[in-house]
Write a protein that binds this ligand. Structure first.
Ligand code: NIG
Ligand code: FE
Length: 423
């Protein structure tokens, strides 16, 4: 396939980077007025300026971008989209003033979702979750990490992970699965947190690894959830199966989660609403991606993670949706990009790198996903006609996606382009 009349082909990767760190995040190699050719295997073949537009044969499909911008599709490195039902009741509780932690202490929150999930069959859970995965795909996500963590028993955690595997089978999304048995203490272990951690290590992890159901392991290392010692025990156990950690850290407090994650070579530490200079400099000196979740800050009214300071210090910052029923019931990465600009004061280029190549890096996929270069996945978004990249996060509720290409295939024509309706 050949795409022509691209007003700006943005997110090129001539240097073959697998992440953009610190000041590199402000760079977004681009060509104004461009074409792009996709190889039959669904990777990018070549690209160039319109004055070098190649000849096409009859057999080659041509797409006219008609002045739209082309960017890499989103890489959402943190989601919990496999869940049952909805927690809109807690949404109303929050409006009436209850905090996220008060709701959890009253038996709501994660345990509420675990109860719903327990009552739901695998097929029904698959159907509900597939709907959400389709939704985020149509909003421009081509690569998605999905966590377990609403099972909290061995059978229910396996049920979630099998659903994640089924989503990966039926949708063209690239999916990465994360085992988050340590999301909360399962009800059967109430008051026996240490025994629950041992159950994760001795029973859950071996079963998950035996079925090859998890790429990564995660722990909710925070005040009222799991301690740094428990986190270290779990991630050391996972390492014996070659499963790398991604840690929920510092959402509710200065939890030590960043230090524990960095020390254990975590791919990412995520949330980071409450971090200071020590955590920022640790992240800047390590390969651990600093993943921040502005959708959760927006929805819960929490502080936003200090993405600006982390970039200025030299960290690799990713932004992800955290799509989940409690703290971020949205997987819209267009909004995440815009919140990165509006609330975290990243430039449009920095925030786009955070939701593409650095999101890919947080899933260990930076070599194949999240940027545009020959041989890399042709996962692309074509926008409606736009004057400049900044217009996209600026016009943050406009449905600006015109065409989504995943693995080199057109996924939709969401809205007609000017060229289609011109007289
Ligand atoms: O990333 N913080 C921990 N876990 C999720 C929320 C889970 C829930 O409330 O259901 C998060 O925000
Ligand atoms: Fe999360």
């Amino acid at each position: 396939m050949l795409i022509k009349n691209i007003s700006l082909l943005a997110g090129l990767n001539p240097g073959g980077l697998t992440r953009r760190r610190g000041s590199e995040m402000s760079e977004l190699p681009s060509i104004a007025g461009a074409w792009l050719r996709i190889a039959p295997d669904g990777t990018v073949d070549s690209y160039g300026p319109m004055d070098s537009l190649p000849e096409t044969s009859e057999a080659e499909e041509t797409t006219d971008a008609a002045g739209g911008i082309v960017i890499p599709a989103f890489c959402d490195s943190h989601s919990h989209i496999v869940y049952a039902g909805s927690r809109h009741g807690e949404f109303v509780d929050k409006i009436h003033g209850l905090s996220y932690e008060q709701i959890a202490a009253n038996g709501g929150g994660i345990l509420n979702s675990a109860d719903r999930l327990h009552e739901t069959s695998e097929d029904d859970l698959f159907a509900q979750s597939l709907e959400r995965a389709r939704e985020v795909m149509m909003k421009g996500t081509a690569c998605l990490e999905i966590k377990s963590g609403y099972g909290l028993t061995l059978p229910d955690e396996l049920k979630m992970l099998r659903v994640i595997a089924r989503i990966a089978q039926v949708l063209p999304l690239t999916v990465r699965a994360t085992f988050l048995g340590a999301h909360a203490v399962g009800r059967a272990y109430a008051g026996r947190q240490g025994e629950y951690v041992s159950h994760i290590i001795n029973d859950m992890l071996p079963a998950v690894a035996a079925e090859g159901l998890a790429d990564f392991v995660d722990v909710f290392c925070d005040r009222g959830f799991f301690t740094t010692d428990e986190t270290a025990r779990i991630i050391e156990a996972a390492a014996r199966y070659g499963i790398r950690p991604k840690i929920h850290a510092n959402e509710l407090d200065f939890s030590g989660g960043v230090q524990t994650g960095v020390r254990h070579g975590a791919l990412s530490t995520d949330h980071l609403e409450r971090i200071g200079d020590e955590e920022i400099s640790l992240l800047a000196q390590s390969d651990t991606v600093a993943t921040m979740l502005p959708g959760a800050s927006f929805f819960l009214g929490m502080p936003y993670g200090p993405a600006r300071r982390a970039i200025d210090a030299g960290a690799t910052v990713a932004l992800a949706s955290d799509y989940n029923p409690g703290s971020s019931p949205s997987g819209d990465m267009r909004t995440v990009w815009a919140l990165g600009c509006i609330k975290m004061k990243l430039t449009p280029e920095e925030a786009l790198n955070a939701v593409t190549i650095n999101g890919a890096a947080a899933m260990d996929l930076g070599a194949s996903h999240g940027s545009i270069a020959a041989g890399r996945k042709a996962n692309l978004i074509i926008t409606r006609p736009m004057q400049a990249l900044a217009q996209i996060p600026y016009q943050y509720t406009t449905p600006w996606i015109s065409e989504l290409i995943i693995n080199g295939k057109r996924m939709m024509a969401v809205c007609p382009r000017a060229v289609d309706i011109a007289p």
